[in-house]
Design a protein around this ligand. Sequence first.
Ligand code: HEC
Length: 103
Amino acid sequence: MIKHCYQSKREQTGSLLIFLFLLLAILNSCSDEYEGIPIDKDEAYDLEKPSGFPQMTFDITGNPITVNGVALGKKLFYEGKLSRNNTISCGFCHIQEYAFTHH
Ligand code: HEC
């Protein structure tokens, strides 16, 4: 019975070759060339706190607000695809005209 658990030399070589082929395929798929659309150099965002809003309480020195960061946040905030049925974004409930409160 135990004999059947062992692979023959030929099978072992075959397995090793398949493993090496897959390893090469994986390594080959990693490339340093970026094929997406390069974004513009990011700039600091001049945040104007709306009147009536409290002072920020968290430290943003390690993660400063940038123009691209704000654009990404806005896109995600109004992106319905993040919901289970692809239609309800954060902005669906948190309406800007009402200071992003729920209405
Ligand atoms: C279906 C409506 C709905 C959607 C969609 C929704 N929210 Fe809310 N959100 C609420 C409600 C209602 C509350 C208040 C909950 C409470 O106070 O118990 C709230 C509270 C919050 C708060 C806390 C506000 C505070 O003053 O404490 C934050 C932050 C927030 N939501 C962010 C988000 C973000 C980010 C998204 C999208 C990823 C989102 N919400 C999507 C309804 C929604």
